[in-house]
Design a protein around this ligand. Structure first.
Ligand SMILES: N[C@@H](CCC(=O)N[C@@H](CS)C(=O)NCC(=O)O)C(=O)O
Length: 203
């Protein structure tokens, strides 16, 4: 059975696993189901996306899905096989998946997109707290891409985790401004954003 990637395309984690499949050259069916839909809950009782199905294997968690796609199929390795070379890639995947996602997606983008009052106005309390911390986070990421890619000089799976988040934060004014003020991150984003894996997975 073909690989199925299930989840609303605007989710950064859905886009990440789709980017991994595209970078590998793996054909897949994308099913654009919402979080907590019956289709998603059949695989992930928590209702979170993405979820994946392949040849009788059901899988949840973007990192597990991305590593499965990277190792179960032919195509360029997105995490090096040498343990010492893999270590920094896995470190950056973990950092983006936790600290970076928490701040830039959950406490900024998601608040802008979904936290509205009864009149439909954005509720800004969490956003305003986060905005104060954005310069430090952007400086951290700016240093991390100084060699050309996240944590090094080669495109890896770590870039598939970071790029969808950088795309999303720039939809909002403070995210765009911080990006403009990041001398390494801005050209990094411009360079990686022309890859077909990125252009063909826009939500
Ligand atoms: N640790 C999970 C996080 C997945 C996650 O938070 N997905 C978001 C979309 S980007 C979601 O389903 N949100 C719905 C909710 O929080 O109820 C992973 O890496 O797959």
């Amino acid at each position: 059975m073909a690989l199925e990637i299930i989840g609303f395309p605007r989710s950064n984690f859905v886009r990440t696993v789709r980017m991994v499949a595209q970078e590998k050259g793996v054909a897949y069916e994308h099913i654009a189901a919402m979080p907590h839909s019956d289709e998603v809950k059949a695989i992930n009782p928590l209702g979170l996306i993405p979820v994946m199905r392949h040849d009788g294997l059901d899988l949840v968690e973007s990192s597990a899905i991305a590593h499965y796609i990277d190792t179960a199929f032919d195509g360029p390795a997105l995490v090096p096989t040498d343990p010492r070379e893999a270590a920094p890639v896995n470190r950056w995947i973990a950092t983006v998946n936790t600290s970076v996602d928490q701040m830039l997606m959950r406490r900024y983008v998601v608040e802008y997109a979904f936290h509205k009052d009864a009149d439909g106005n954005v509720v800004r309390d969490v956003i305003d707290q986060t905005v104060k911390r954005l310069p430090k986070m952007f400086a951290f990421l700016d240093t991390a891409v100084a060699q050309g890619y996240l944590g090094g000089d080669n495109f890896t799976m770590a870039d598939c985790f970071l790029m969808p988040i950088l795309a999303a934060v720039q939809n909002f004014p403070e995210g765009k401004e911080n990006m403009e003020n990041s001398p390494n991150l801005k050209p990094y984003f411009a360079k990686v954003s022309v890859r077909p894996s990125f252009t063909e997975t826009a939500g």
